[in-house]
Design a protein around this ligand. Structure first.
Ligand code: FEO
Ligand code: CA
Ligand code: CA
Length: 647
């Protein structure tokens, strides 16, 4: 999300410089035929063989075969000549859940909470495509899992928050979470398949299981759940990914803003940004979000959640072994031995980047048991690490293991569950590197490089905040940058070599700090990144509505989606969004001929909720009717000549 909800904490700690051996940089493809990938049928649909040169050493990388767009301030989605962008699934569209009603979208936002729970939620973010067939047919029909990150209560209800009622809280909770929809390519474009036996809504009240060392922990127990093993809902679902075993991972990011604390929050609450002030006003009608009454409820949010989109009856799981954070999302690489390495970060200023290494190898599907079911507890056992980026271009993964180093009872960590629930505090003690808001990560399956967007951090180097370091080299970093690293040996290695893919900025800026070093079309505040099937790196931007088209951003237009050749570093602008939006999520059919991407919060009111009396004050996208409320939406994008998107 664009709103600056990331909470800031002081740090007295400085990263320790250290010297590490330089290891062999030669890498292999991370996905290859072998024991680790056996039985993971969908891997074969990635089309790796067709782009073996993409991003590999010595190659020129994947081509940028489209004419780049100029910046735009229009209230419209623009794509290059020869492309079509179709609005497929906007907020309020009924999902078509088998056996349930299909309540139509009401343009005056008068749908009830019960109706909203059967419709697309608000503010689409991460999304992934899951093919429903092998081979070519798999690119014509599949599932989209889509995050609904947060709500703008000025748009969600007639009258906004006036008056504020229990029904409106329930509707807001129903507009959060995750949607699974079935989509099909037809002659005129993509359509939602309705009804669908796969369609499903997970909301702010759907039961989740807790997996891993924090399950049942004393800090996870509440009056409603004395066992500490079942949580209602997922919140702040930001980025997403598809695992090699066919499940969907989604990060709980800005969950702290749903809670209210006492006038003086506890130290634990302060470290996680929980304050008396609450943006969403849920505690007024749902005491679960009042930490005075229910002090452990916040500990049950901030996890990476896993969903099996193929089984709408499955219980989604919060994976505590991956650590608690303001998780943007989580992304999986596979080691030579077939183990899962899950990278994640937390989008908050001066917070951290993590990786988890599974204890066990990924298990293949077997007769009657899908890969998702065969790996139902894979992410519950393993080791979590936090990243330290050193000055010499080397980096170290520091284990978050109870009893190791300072992570002892004497320092406030009674057991591994507490280390994971207090992963920020544990990372502070280990001297991990405080980053400029880590957003999405992307793993280049061809080269082994792992990329992470650091969207911006205007407080870097300012009075009372940490100064610049090698990995976060700009003070008052309002443009952001993209860091990348290559692990020593395999993905589970303890060390890595890192550098910057680019520092974002506009070369037309007169101040050196905001020029950046982009080769090609300028941008700032990178957020979404994802590799397409050819190995092109796509970057979605999220410039805050307070700063967009002003100052160093005055020539860059609305938020946009750009493609980057990761070998040459060349960047080209592919899509420009409507007024006030950010571009979120990017996923492709296996053949790369359709890209799905989200337009989030079109018409965002700078720094505030929308005015319910003027819902279309800043944008009418996508409906474009007089007074129509702007709606987040999933787009399907394809080439009119049927070619590969971006090629
Ligand atoms: Fe939800 Fe970090 O953007
Ligand atoms: Ca962002
Ligand atoms: Ca984001």
């Amino acid at each position: 999300m664009a709103k600056d909800f990331d909470e800031l904490e002081d740090s007295n700690r400085s990263a320790n410089a250290s010297i590490h051996e330089v290891s062999d940089p030669a890498r292999r493809l991370w996905l290859r035929a072998g024991a680790g990938a056996a039985g993971l049928g969908w891997l074969s649909t990635l089309g790796l063989a067709s782009c073996a040169s993409g991003g590999g050493a010595g190659s020129a990388g994947p081509s940028l075969g489209f004419e780049g767009l100029p910046p735009s301030t229009a209230d419209a989605v623009r794509v290059p000549l020869g492309y079509v962008a179709q609005v497929l699934a906007p907020w309020g569209e009924p999902l078509g859940i088998a056996g349930a009603a299909m309540p139509a979208w009401k343009p005056d936002a008068s749908n009830s909470a019960a109706e909203q729970a059967l419709q697309m939620g608000m503010h689409h973010d991460g999304l992934d495509f899951f093919a429903l067939a092998e081979g070519g047919a798999g690119s014509n029909r599949g599932l989209l899992a889509i995050n609904h990150e947060y709500t703008d209560d000025g748009l969600l209800h007639p009258g906004g928050q006036t008056p504020w009622t229990p029904e409106k809280v329930r509707k807001a909770q129903a507009a959060h979470g995750i949607a699974v929809i079935e989509v099909e390519r037809q002659a005129g474009g993509w359509q939602m398949v309705r009804p669908s036996k796969y369609a499903r809504r997970i909301t702010g009240n759907t039961p989740f299981a807790i997996g891993g060392p924090a399950a049942g922990h004393a800090m996870m127990q509440t009056a409603a759940d004395p066992a500490g093993r079942t949580v209602l809902g997922t919140l702040g679902n930001c980025a997403s990914s598809k695992t090699p075993w066919g499940t969907y991972l989604s990060g709980e990011e800005n969950w702290a803003n749903y809670f209210t604390a006492a006038d003086t929050p506890t130290a634990h609450e302060r470290r996680w940004g929980i304050r008396k002030a609450t943006w969403y006003r849920w505690p007024e009608h749902d005491e679960r979000f009042d930490t005075v009454r229910h002090p452990n409820e916040p500990n049950r949010f901030g996890w990476v959640v896993e969903v099996d989109p193929m089984d709408p009856t499955s219980t989604p799981v919060k994976r505590s072994a991956l650590g608690r954070a303001a998780h943007e999302g989580a992304w999986v690489a596979v080691t030579k031995s077939g183990r899962a390495v899950v990278y994640s970060g937390e989008d908050a200023a001066f917070e951290y980047i993590y990786k988890f290494v599974s204890r066990d190898a990924i298990r293949p599907a077997r007769t009657g048991v899908s890969a998702a079911k065969a790996n139902a507890d894979l992410l519950d056992h393993g080791t979590l690490y936090v990243a330290r980026f050193d000055r010499d271009g080397r980096g170290r993964w520091l284990p978050l293991v109870h009893g190791s180093g300072p992570l002892t009872a004497a320092n406030g960590f009674a057991d591994q569950g507490e280390v994971l629930i207090k992963a920020r505090q544990a990372s502070d003690l280990l001297g991990a590197t405080k980053m400029d808001r880590p957003e999405w990560l992307a793993i280049d399956e061809r080269s082994g490089w792992v990329y992470c967007t650091l969207t911006n951090n205007s407080r870097r180097g300012q009075a009372g905040f940490p100064g610049v370091d090698a990995a976060n080299p700009r003070a008052a970093n309002v443009m952001g940058h993209i860091i990348r690293w290559k692990e020593d040996g395999d993905f589970d290695g303890p060390g890595m070599a890192w550098n910057h893919l680019l520092l974002a900025g506009d070369p037309a800026n007169t101040d050196e700090a905001n020029r950046g070093n982009i080769r090609g079309d300028a941008f700032g505040s990178p957020d979404t990144i994802a590799f397409d099937p050819r190995g092109l790196l796509w970057v979605g931007t999220d410039v805050s509505s307070r700063t967009i088209n002003k100052g160093p951003y005055e020539r860059l237009g609305n938020n946009s989606l750009l493609a980057c050749n990761p070998v040459s570093g060349e960047v080209r602008r592919f899509l420009t969004g409507p007024v006030g939006c950010e571009i979120t999520g990017a996923t492709w059919t296996p053949d790369g001929r359709t890209m799905f991407v989200n337009i989030q919060h079109p018409g965002e009111s700078p720094g505030d909720r929308s005015d319910p009396t003027q819902p279309s004050r800043f944008s009418r996208w996508p409906d474009n009717a007089p007074g129509s409320r702007p709606r987040s939406a999933t787009l399907a994008i394809w080439r009119q000549d049927g070619g590969v998107v971006g090629g």
